[in-house]
Design a protein. Sequence first.
Length: 124
Amino acid sequence: MPPTIFLIGILVMILFAVIVTVWNYIEQKYNDSQPITSHCVRVGVKRKDGKFRKVGTRSYYTPEKYRKHYIAFEFDSTKKIKEFAVPEIDYNIFKEGDRCVLNLQGFRYISLELREKSDSLKAE
């Protein structure tokens, strides 16, 4: 009985890996087929991910250069908020409240251009 459960577990993991790979391939093809669009946005909440990662009961430190950086953007036209993984340099340059032009290709982040600094920075 246990070998059958072990085999089913391996098959489920392989199936999951195949589904994720196919999904990523489809999303990449979709993004590649889309034009680059520009959107007026306000920089929202910023966060870093991965300072410590847990594997079982152990925690492992992740060096700064391997952490992911995320910024949530509020779109001026729809007031919707979407979060994108961004390069560390963009994460460090832009502050919450800045007004920017966000360039996207499908669901892919391309670049961010400053339009107007937030009021908190103007007062300094």
